[in-house]
Ligand binder design. Structure first.
Ligand code: TPP
Ligand code: SF4
Ligand code: MG
Length: 274
């Protein structure tokens, strides 16, 4: 077996625009699933409407393509009735933090053992480039031609309101850090959220001055740095992982695993990020 066996290559080329970051996430997810022995028999993907949500159709897994914003209740329901399954959510920033924001808030509190991979392209990609919940203030978009005036949602701050949760920040440029974050998030016995900065070249990047997807990737390379070991929270341009303590992290009714995962205050760095 190899990671390509996770992909429905017969459906390629994908529907995504050339240069889109979503395919990079799918490749790393496939590699991790291959490493961890995840297959149709033990794993379910849940995706939400949006460009990112199309990933479920390109992978050899049972996948649920839910309503926009409803990935988390569907994922939690699957995990509740089939606790032996790995449940992995893949969806956009709009899906998670805008229409799905209330679900995110309360799913974090309940701490189900599910993994969320959030493709954070800072825009509503599928619908043509409207400002979303993570669009940086001042960005000119289709719906904010003079620049957005709102403060973006702080995803790390939200996830870290729970002492149980796992939050990882990475970009699609930093493939090593992305793979590590996905692997550790899937292994985490509780709610795990991977915040992945990626490029929507067609409905965001070009409009804000990037001539190509490659220029966006080079921008991520220049801007992002691994967090120093011991960081309890990540700065806006730091890569790494912040997680709860072993005692705190177990979902209700599940024994805390033994082992030495670092507590909050001992955030792992994003080593191997390239
Ligand atoms: C209930 C509902 N509201 C709104 C929409 C329209 N809609 C579809 S995708 C989307 C936003 C997509 O943005 P995001 O979730 O960030 O995903 P991306 O396309 O960027 O991957 C919206 C508003 C919808 N399909 N359903
Ligand atoms: S519109 Fe943006 S997010 Fe959607 S496929 Fe194209 S580049 Fe990717
Ligand atoms: Mg988006």
């Amino acid at each position: 077996m190899g990671f390509k066996d996770k992909l429905k290559e017969e459906l390629f080329p994908t529907i995504w625009c050339p240069g889109c970051g979503i395919g990079l996430i799918m490749t790393q997810l496939s590699l991790v699933m291959d490493d961890l022995g995840l297959d149709e028999g033990n794993t379910v993907l849940v995706t939400g409407i949006g460009c990112t949500g199309r990933m479920g159709g390109y992978m050899h897994f049972d996948a649920v393509y839910t309503l926009h914003g409803r990935t988390l209740p569907v994922a939690e329901a699957i995990k509740t009735v089939r606790p032996e399954l790995k449940v992995i959510v893949v969806s956009g920033d709009g899906d998670q933090a805008s229409i799905g924001g209330n679900h995110l808030l309360h799913t974090i509190r309940r701490n189900p053992d599910i993994t969320v991979l959030c493709n954070n392209n800072e825009i509503y990609g599928l619908t043509g480039g409207q400002a979303g919940p993570t669009t940086p203030q001042g960005t000119k978009t289709v719906s904010s031609p003079a620049g957005t005036t709102t403060t973006p949602v702080n995803l790390q701050g939200l996830v870290n309101t729970s002492p149980h949760a796992f939050y990882a920040k990475t970009t699609v440029y930093h493939q090593g850090a992305l793979r590590k974050a996905i692997r550790e998030a899937i292994a985490w016995p509780g709610f795990a959220f991977v915040d992945i900065t990626s490029q929507c070249i067609e409905n965001n990047g070009r409009r804000i001055g990037f001539p190509s997807a490659n220029e966006m990737l080079m921008h991520y390379k220049r801007e992002f740095r691994p967090a120093p070991p011991g960081s309890s929270a990540l700065e806006s341009h730091q890569l790494g992982i912040v997680r709860g303590t072993p005692e705190e992290r177990a979902p209700a009714g599940v024994a805390a695993p033994s082992g030495g995962s670092p507590s909050r205050g001992e955030a792992g760095s994003g080593e191997g990020e390239e």
